[in-house]
Design a binder for this molecule. Sequence first.
Ligand code: PMV
Length: 344
Amino acid sequence: MLSEVLLVSAPGKVILHGEHAVVHGKVALAVSLNLRTFLRLQPHSNGKVDLSLPNIGIKRAWDVARLQSLDTSFLEQGDVTTPTSEQVEKLKEVAGLPDDCAVTERLAVLAFLYLYLSICRKQRWTKEDLELINKWAFQGERMIHGNPSGVDNAVSTWGGALRYHQGKISSLKRSPALLILLTNTKVPRNTRALVAGVRNRLLKFPEIVAPLLTSIDAISLECERVLGEMGEAPAPEQYLVLEELIDMNQHHLNALGVGHASLDQLCQVTRARGLHSKLTGAGGGGCGITLLKPGLEQPEVEATKQALTSCGFDCLETSIGAPGVSIHSATSLDSRVQQALDGL
Ligand code: PMV
């Protein structure tokens, strides 16, 4: 233990269709992105070990001996899903986090240590290990928005393209490698409040809002069907269908009350260039996705990104369907990732 570098990455994700509706028992389609977050645990010759989580700005160092003092007791654990209160106390002691450490950092470091001691020392994860990671990611989601559907943590754990329905997850077979723009409007939003807002609207206007949710469900199902068809025999008309589905869902999400002026702006800027966008996730700001159809020239993509950047947004071009959470060998990372891990 602790003699080798541990490198782990997880993909970003977006919900293609079904956000909010999924909370009310409808189908959602979620996909992983080729944009990854990394974590490294690196031992040094001075007897220290460094934890680096560059995407959330966390760096910690511990004595190897200190971590090793926990090793055997954690190894003997049967059920690793829930730490006992004694274990949590021990983890806190070993983590030695300062009093002024932010709650999110404290929880991230403790969750990391617990998972590390439970499963990370393996070279390869089993299905059960991945299920454990998924459960922990779900708990993280709960901290952020109270009553999450579970779709976000599932897609980051398993990767690929997933259909999520009432807690049941299945992979989409043969979905195409779509290219998208992921645009962050940088408008902060509160997922918990947005989810509660949709619930209130549903209670206030059941006859109006329930059909919207049913329609979003049908959009997800139609998208799933088209993606399956594209995986087998891609044709340009299928992109037109995907674009129409994007537009209809965006209007429904506005009707649910989770739109925002920044997202309208995003849709208008891309629409002016013949591209179709919708919000992804909770809405109320946050991120939107734009479908890049095949045949689009790179200068046009760059001009669209530039136009979105000029609105004050961050815009990334990426593809969907990346692998889920993974262990890497220290030599397999590209130099930019190495630099980010070193540079904190
Ligand atoms: O904003 P995000 O990426 O956390 O997604 C929220 C998606 C919702 O459907 C609104 C809530 C959920 O838990 O599924």
